[in-house]
Design a protein around this ligand. Structure first.
Ligand SMILES: [Zn+2]
Length: 542
């Protein structure tokens, strides 16, 4: 214990402190005590708050910003996937087989070997692995290895046998079991055929999940993240396991991320019956939104579009929109906020229609609102006339800027010049609707600095295209920073996070470069040098 009970526990000094409006200020130092920011000010004033036991850290001109909040991350899936063998960066098939041989040595026979990330187009000889080459080195362990695009995987004979896949097994809907000239499966599985194997893999135990969460949380801390909105994507059994792990870690005081946990839309009846409401919980763990879908994605051409794709049809809604409207109305009346996935411009128009009707109804009936606003996820492509209507609605928008870096070429091919209405951050922010940023991880790396870079420059990290992709849709660094911090805090009615100010919770990120100064540094070169969660240093690299 500190000799002086009024002294700060941690003092950060000789830095640059962003104020709540993300202007550069003259404040250089912060005092932290009992999980909160005690004071912000000049070095002399703040250092006077230090006692003999205070940890004093010289920031050496680093910038202090609020801890980042990733408002759309598939935390459960990412956490578990990180436990797989990483197979990216290999140079040839022989490399992959060496990894397999080692993995087999480390575990008893019969235990699964899962891996992901191999990409034969990067190899000296671009030959995909098949069951026979895997069997040769790993005959006694079932093996399932995802290609980097996750649309294809290879299994060995042990895995195929456990899944009951043989010459007579028909292709499942939306999946393909590749076969050789004699009709024998080669081990290569495409799309939903991968699930035939995945569903026989022993599910993780609760202990496995908690361990995976712990490691994933540390990986997020290294990126400056202190809060997440975990989006439920998975089957019911996984969903329960995911939520249980959050709750157990919270009870054990080991949940080092402020977490909003989404609930699955297809369980709306149960959620209402139980009386759960969005916002229930404590400052670390809360019940979040109920998740629904309206359409698919651009890559598969399943996004629902106003005009046809240049190389495909218009896509279509994934659900009956009238049915979706009824579900949203029921959730709304029960105090549950919803988040709805919408990628195509027609899907976004459909949701705006839906929410306008919901608000018109509310004006007639005078019903209360859920504790936090409903959200549209992605808003990937939207017509200007529809975006204009957003300003009149009490909605929040959740966008995924880093995804733009992966999608530029795809969108050019899919819709041509109309791509200027895709990832239209500028227009969406100008509507006045609150815009939050996210990673949709594992779709993109969860680094907020990468998302900010995408939103601010609309260039890949290698600098291309030099003029920026549809550069009129750029936003400023301050706006991008707010979308990862202050805006999600305001939208989710948690005013004690999202700013560096006295009385706020001490959730902070310390950046190597002053991204609020002029000129703006190249954001991919900026590192997160320290992260503070709830007044504790959870990451530090200097
Ligand atoms: Zn997602």
């Amino acid at each position: 214990m500190s000799a002086d009970p009024t002294a700060a526990e941690i003092v950060l000094f000789n830095g640059v402190v962003a104020d709540p409006a993300f202007r550069e200020t003259l404040d250089k130092a912060i005092a932290i005590k009992q999980g909160r920011i005690l004071a912000v000010g000049g070095d002399d004033a703040i250092l006077r708050l230090a006692g003999t036991d205070t940890e004093k850290i010289d920031l050496d001109d680093r910038l202090v910003v609020p801890g980042f909040i990733d408002t759309h991350i598939h935390f459960y899936e990412w956490s578990l996937k990180r436990q797989d063998l990483p197979l990216d960066g290999l140079t040839c098939l022989e490399d992959l087989l060496t990894q397999m041989r080692r993995a087999a040595h480390r575990r008893p026979s019969g235990q699964w070997i899962m891996g992901q990330g191999w990409n034969e187009t990067d190899w000296t000889v671009p030959r995909q692995p098949d069951r026979d080459v895997l069997d040769h080195v790993v005959p006694d362990h079932p093996v399932l290895l995802w290609r980097c695009d996750l649309h294809l995987a290879v299994a060995n004979s042990a895995a195929l046998a456990l899944a009951g896949i043989d010459d007579a097994t028909p292709d499942p809907p939306e999946g393909r079991i590749e076969r050789d000239a004699t009709g024998r499966p080669t081990g290569i599985l495409r799309e939903l055929a991968i699930n035939l194997v995945r569903r026989v893999v022993a599910p993780p135990t609760d202990t496995d999940v908690r361990a995976a969460y712990g490691e994933a949380a540390r990986a997020l801390h290294r990126r400056g993240i202190t809060g997440i909105h975990d989006v439920r994507l998975m089957a019911d059994e996984d969903g329960a396991r995911a939520f249980r792990a959050f709750q157990t870690l919270d009870h054990e005081d080991r949940l080092d991320l402020r977490s909003w946990v989404t609930l699955p839309g297809h369980r709306l009846d149960d959620i209402i019956d139980l009386g759960l409401r969005t916002g229930f919980g404590n400052p670390r763990l809360r019940v979040g939104h109920v998740k629904f879908f309206s359409d698919g994605g651009m890559g598969a051409r399943t996004a629902w579009m106003v005009d046809s794709f240049l190389d495909a049809g218009r896509g279509m809604p994934m659900v009956d929109m009238a049915e979706l409207a009824r579900s949203v109305a029921r959730a709304d009346r029960a105090g549950l906020a919803v988040m709805i996935h919408a990628v195509g411009d027609r899907a976004n128009r459909g949701l705006i229609d839906l929410f306008e009707a919901l608000e018109a109804d509310r004006r007639r009936t005078g019903g209360p609102r859920p504790a936090v606003p409903h959200r549209i996820e992605h808003v990937q492509m939207i017509r200007p006339e529809d975006a204009e209507r957003l300003g009149q609605l009490p909605l929040a928008l959740c966008l995924t800027p880093a995804n733009l870096l992966l999608d530029m070429n795809l969108i050019d091919t899919a819709v041509g010049e109309k791509g200027r209405w895709a990832y239209d951050f500028r227009r969406l922010m100008d509507t006045g609707a609150p815009v939050m940023f996210s990673s949709d991880c594992p779709v993109c790396d969860p680094a907020p600095l990468l998302g900010m870079h995408a939103a601010v420059t609309r260039r890949r990290t290698d600098g291309s295209p030099e003029a920026g992709w549809h550069p009129a849709s750029r936003v400023t660094v301050r706006e991008a920073l707010a979308a990862y911090t202050a805006t999600p805090a305001a939208v989710h009615r948690t005013p004690d996070v999202g700013a560096v100010a006295p009385g706020k919770r001490a959730d902070l990120a310390v950046l190597s470069g002053n991204i609020l100064g002029k000129p703006t540094p190249w954001l991919p070169d900026v590192t997160v040098d320290m992260t503070v969660f709830d007044g504790r240093i959870v990451h530090r690299n200097f």
